[in-house]
Ligand binder design. Sequence first.
Ligand SMILES: Nc1nc2c(c(=O)[nH]1)N[C@H]1C(S)=C(S)[C@@H](COP(=O)(O)OP(=O)(O)OC[C@H]3O[C@@H](n4cnc5c(=O)[nH]c(N)nc54)[C@H](O)[C@@H]3O)O[C@H]1N2
Ligand SMILES: Nc1nc2c(c(=O)[nH]1)N[C@H]1C(S)=C(S)[C@@H](COP(=O)(O)OP(=O)(O)OC[C@H]3O[C@@H](n4cnc5c(=O)[nH]c(N)nc54)[C@H](O)[C@@H]3O)O[C@H]1N2
Ligand code: SF4
Ligand SMILES: [Mo]
Length: 695
Amino acid sequence: MEVKQSTCNYCALGCNLDFYVEDNKIKKVLPTKGYPVNDGFCCIKGLNLNKQCRKFKSSKLPLLKDESGKMKVISWEDAFETFAFKMRSIQEKYGTESAAYLSTGQITTEEMALLGFIGRSCMQINGDGNTRLCMATAAVAHKQSFGFDAPPYTLKDFEISDTIILIGANPVVAHPIMWSHIRKNEKARVITIDPRKSETAINSNLWIDIKPKSDIILFYTLANVLIEKNWIDREYIEKYSEGFEGFKEHVKKYTLENVEEKTGISSKRVMEFAEIIHNGKRVSFWWTIGINQGYEAVRTAQSIIDLAVITGNIGKEGTGANSITGQCNAMGSRIYSNTTALYGGRDFDNPKHREEIASILEVPCEMIPKKPTIPYNKIIDKINSGEIKALWVIGTNPRHSWANNEEFEKAVQKLEFLVVQDIYDDTDTSKLCDLFLPSVSALKKEGFFINTERRLSAVTPILKKEKDELADYDILLGIGKALKVGKPLEKWKTPRHAFGLIKQFSSKMPCDITGIDYEMLVSSKGIQWPFKKGDILTSDERRLFQDNKYFTADKKVKLIYADAAQKPFTQTEKFPYIFNSGRGTVGQWHTQTRTREIEFVKNSCFTDPYVFINYKLAEKLHIKENEKVVILSANGHKNEFRVVLTRNVKEDQLYAPIHYIETNSLTPSIFDPYSKEPSYKYVPVNIEKVSEVRS
Ligand SMILES: Nc1nc2c(c(=O)[nH]1)N[C@H]1C(S)=C(S)[C@@H](COP(=O)(O)OP(=O)(O)OC[C@H]3O[C@@H](n4cnc5c(=O)[nH]c(N)nc54)[C@H](O)[C@@H]3O)O[C@H]1N2
Ligand SMILES: Nc1nc2c(c(=O)[nH]1)N[C@H]1C(S)=C(S)[C@@H](COP(=O)(O)OP(=O)(O)OC[C@H]3O[C@@H](n4cnc5c(=O)[nH]c(N)nc54)[C@H](O)[C@@H]3O)O[C@H]1N2
Ligand code: SF4
Ligand SMILES: [Mo]
């Protein structure tokens, strides 16, 4: 039996797995021993990767909607020609930017880079990704504060930190292997900041039960206290940061007197928290999308960075202001998809950067876009206003996952051409399309992913493609040919060619990987960026900023801050409760297209949408466990949910898992002003008994 090592294509840990293969069938999956991320462990999703596409397989050939509205199987050639003909005619009729695409953090970096070339350079259209829904805030915060989108840590930092502060992050459910690194560290004090007592809060030493979206006020108040008490690292601040005097003045407004009213945390508890930070020798701050998804998310993320910097908890072992990513290749998409940043994290508006990329690709400089893509929400707005007529969706399921998701359904009705490229033809979005392009899953692909700690790892073809099966990479090449891209496409012949280009894109950038050959990634321990030509690997774990040099022009980290924003919605008599949403169980992945293949997950999870409600609130409203209620949102929509009673959400709050399409019918069209990431986790709602609403 052959054993092939590859990377899990679910979450951003990028666990490695050994696949035991015989006769092009997977007989067994075991987590790779000795791999620095998961060393012989993994979660239920990774263990069941062999089931991906087993039961709900799409047709191997594309599908095209005929005049009667039925999907008919067509050949790949016809699909590519149809794609090119329809896209070109729409662009000719309505203008170049009347087409757009929405992509993903779940395909290989090579595929992202090629898609970025076809979409942004050859078609000259806008294209954003589901990483906007997830990580855009962290990317913008890093870029502004550090000078580059660079998560600084290595997973080992969890094991050597003495104070681990988790903010808006629920790794017990969302990153179980990350939690296992935390568990290994028996000495650390673990503090979780979350409005609900999440599975992680339950297992922490301290739960800071903050009011939703008041983190920024807590962090500024903490900073104020730490500065007043002189519990800060003055030498670090002076030598390596910029903006401290202004920051110090700014946080003076955030006093202990006001903190409880705004955050729900008493001044005594804030003082105790400040002492914990002061007493810690290696304090690490970790945040995920409880922070990234918000109406002032970038500034909140930066208030975390500011705290780490003023206390000197950055660039050293077991410290850092550390953003955790979500999807297996979110980091690949952030740096190499050519959408929000030019290849390699360059700037679209920098002529030198554009020339460098044009010269690597051997194309005229005019082919390199001069501006980042318009964001996801603008793409949807422009479909609704009639400016965008064609949409190409790759590896994401926006009918389910987009905020206020009925807006997406509305948008689709206005489109003249919707193409969906997915591994299943029955997703909520696939079901709406005119042309369906089936890709094989990562089990049959070659390429690489970049995980949350900047580790590149190989995606190895575990199974051979069958007749008529194509990977996203092949599909993109087919589209490129039909679009008559011509000679420039020769540079992209295979994923290995793309790898070579990506290396060149990275040259002299902070994410430099010119020292990595693809073979070095295969059956290896992965390699974290940067790894320049000539570098020698001396350790499995590397962190950034150990030399205290940041990627800004003056090499200093910027302390960035702003007045806390007004809430876009407040709780009123009409909408008295706050509706929060996030991951439900370890076994369920987002819109469930893939994890429905896992029998155990299917059998152990609700099939219909549910919402957690506090016992006391239920009592007050005469609602019982398992009863169906209607939740009415301030966004104007309502939907039915099954009630699950809990003590872990506050009386004025509700929590719904995102794995059911109903949840996002209630979320608002509100975005952070800098990152344009949706504020999914905060919307006022009301609850009514089904009978009351129907009568
Ligand atoms: N099983 C499973 N694992 C996954 C995924 C999955 O779908 N299923 N998805 C992956 C992806 S793409 C991502 S991005 C990650 C997400 O990983 P996480 O961010 O850990 O997951 P969430 O459950 O969305 O949100 C985390 C917590 O934020 C809290 N929160 C809400 N509002 C606030 C607030 O105002 N302040 C604070 N401090 N906390 C708040 C929520 O109550 C929730 O417990 O998970 C990844 N892992
Ligand atoms: N209310 C609320 N909504 C949220 C969130 C929240 O916390 N609250 N979180 C947001 C976040 S962080 C995220 S990341 C998004 C995720 O939202 P989505 O991206 O919509 O979720 P997925 O179910 O992961 O969709 C991925 C799609 O890609 C397909 N796919 C898998 N592998 C491949 C492949 O190799 N090739 C192709 N072509 N297709 C493939 C899958 O079948 C699936 O249809 O949801 C966001 N929505
Ligand atoms: S923790 Fe993440 S990367 Fe590891 S097996 Fe589970 S889903 Fe895959
Ligand atoms: Mo995500």
